[in-house]
Design a protein around this ligand. Structure first.
Ligand code: IPE
Ligand code: IPE
Ligand code: MG
Length: 252
């Protein structure tokens, strides 16, 4: 099916407000073509651009991309360095795409522990796009959910210590408000490429009621039609939030 045919099938009134993606499979994509893993990461940038544009064009308000996990430091030094350099280059090169599409850049993760150059490029990108309002693109960078939840607990514990919060008053809202994503609604759709059926320490709290979509397509091959297919799949699901199917269909 052509891009437009697929795109036109999407119900714009039922778009996920927030899509989160685990961009996986760059290494396998490169190796399958006889290249080094890093070539896969470089090739994955085109998918980032396509999916960012695709989401903005449709009217998705938030897109979050898992770019580097706290566990990814365990990879060979050469690959880690290449990824950090690629991030600096990409943020610089993609600034035009972000400005042209009125997209605000945001980041979650242990950012201060990133190499200085990567950190500076990121902060500059965030600052340069801070007035854009069509979509928020969040990079999860040096991110893991357990890191985030630990931070969150520390922040809340500090407030308890100084008497600002009573332990008995801690509730889901207070926790949500102390997450790195406190200003972002929970993802409604989570897409993972490359056929791996796991969450890999990504947005564990926020994905509580997300629809999960797994595809065998490797990230460097993931293009707008793949995004549309994932959204169409999402739109065909019944989100019950604990209720019965009858209760949900009565309302609509
Ligand atoms: C995802 O692709 C990119 C990052 C984790 C940075 P991978 O590098 O994990 O690719 P595979 O899973 O090894 O194929
Ligand atoms: C998850 O991919 C992290 C990112 C996409 C940045 P990984 O390739 O690191 O995940 P695992 O280790 O296979 O679960
Ligand atoms: Mg992987």
């Amino acid at each position: 099916m052509s891009d437009d045919l697929l795109k036109n099938k999407i119900d714009l009134n039922k778009l996920p407000k927030h899509i989160a993606t685990i961009m996986d499979g760059n290494g396998r994509w490169a190796k399958s073509q006889g290249h080094m893993r890093v070539f896969g990461h470089k090739s994955g940038v085109k998918s980032v651009r396509e999916i960012t544009e695709g989401c903005a064009e449709l009217g998705v308000e938030y897109l979050t991309l898992y770019a580097f996990s706290t566990e990814n430091w365990a990879r060979p030094k050469f690959e880690v360095n290449a990824l950090m350099t690629l991030l600096v280059d990409t943020i610089g090169k993609e600034m035009k795409t972000l400005q042209d599409n009125n997209i605000k850049l945001n980041a979650i993760g242990n950012l201060e522990k990133l190499p200085k150059k990567t950190y500076n490029a990121l902060i500059k990108g965030i600052d340069d796009t801070k007035n854009n309002g069509r979509m928020t693109l969040t990079l999860a960078l040096n991110y893991s959910s357990r890191w985030e939840l630990t931070q969150t607990m520390q922040k809340i514990a500090e407030k308890v210590k100084i008497g600002e919060i009573e332990p008995k008053d801690i509730n889901a809202d207070i926790i949500q408000n102390h997450l790195a994503t406190h200003n972002i609604p929970d993802p409604e759709l989570m897409i993972r490429t490359s056929g791996e059926l796991r969450i890999s320490n990504y947005l564990l709290w926020q994905l509580a009621y997300a629809e999960l979509y797994f595809t065998d397509v490797l990230w460097p091959d993931f293009r707008k039609p793949d995004l549309y297919t994932a959204i169409l799949n999402f739109q065909n699901r019944e989100r019950r939030y604990g209720k019965t199917s009858e209760q949900v269909s009565e309302k609509t």
